[in-house]
Design a protein around this ligand. Sequence first.
Ligand code: PEP
Ligand code: MG
Length: 334
Amino acid sequence: ERTKLAKLRRLPAVTTDDEAVELQANMEIPAELPLIAQAGAQGIGLLRTEFLFMNREDLPDEDAHVAAYAPIVEAMAGYPVTIRVLDWGGEKDMEALAAGIEPLHASPNPALGLRGIRMLLKRPELLEAQFAAILRVAGAAPDGVVRVLLPMVTVPAEVKAAREIYERVARRLRRRGEKLPDKLPELGAMIETPGAALAADAIALEADFFAIGTNDLAMYTLAVDRGDAEVSHLYDPLHPAVLRLMQFATEAALRLRMPVSICGEMGGNPRLVPLLLGLGIRCLSMNASAIPRVKQAVRSLDIGDCARFARRVMEQSDPARIRELVDGFASGET
Ligand code: PEP
Ligand code: MG
């Protein structure tokens, strides 16, 4: 079994009817890099950058960001690397983060407070340092390799405001004589709140790509804290509300031929691959360790079957029935 999975590494992630599916890795700490290369990831679909702010007393400066990202981009050898700017707040451990970033205020409800892009737009100096570093790393890499991702977007104006800062930072770097790509790296939005999902058509006008974060999307849609054991039985990414939001956001992107990926835990579950492909998703980013099994699933599927299956699932309104259908498809009954 293990050698079979190892052999998969060299085989392409294509369906039986020859649709290519991009399988990328999520990355949380640099130590994961060897595993990511070994798993045969076709890039990093989500590089979480919170690690850079942990276990230190001061803020990482532009050079510290460059020193962190450059080896990762280099190691991925031409495959895309999607760098998400700091997603601070919410359930992420504020205390573990740099003492150098003073808390803005004690939020009555951190998950609904100053998190992700909201915090960065309040502290643009953090965003500027990170953007500058990403642009410098992109300048040293082949065009199109580096991409930038904004967390916790809920309104198009956040993407617009971030882009203004991004372009201003790029102009400043060029004046300083830094080599930047002619075309700036794509700037994408995480779709991880119900608001963003339902406004995906509007956000798509400002963003270059979408990454659907199903972890937070399920949490915010179902009003269930990811970390609260008392309500964890209600945390269900197969709830029709979550699936409908994913479908809406995916279709908004596909209509504009805009790249869209899934980078929440759902993307690494081989049983969910038929549904995700059926919804039109062709790029999944996951824990590196999940890639071989997901690839195995992709290689066993036909896109037409997946599309028919997804239509059946999307007609259902009972989460238990949806789970039954998903399990049934995975075990070969269609
Ligand atoms: C998500 O919310 O699904 C996601 C990928 O981001 P994170 O898990 O880092 O919040
Ligand atoms: Mg998230």
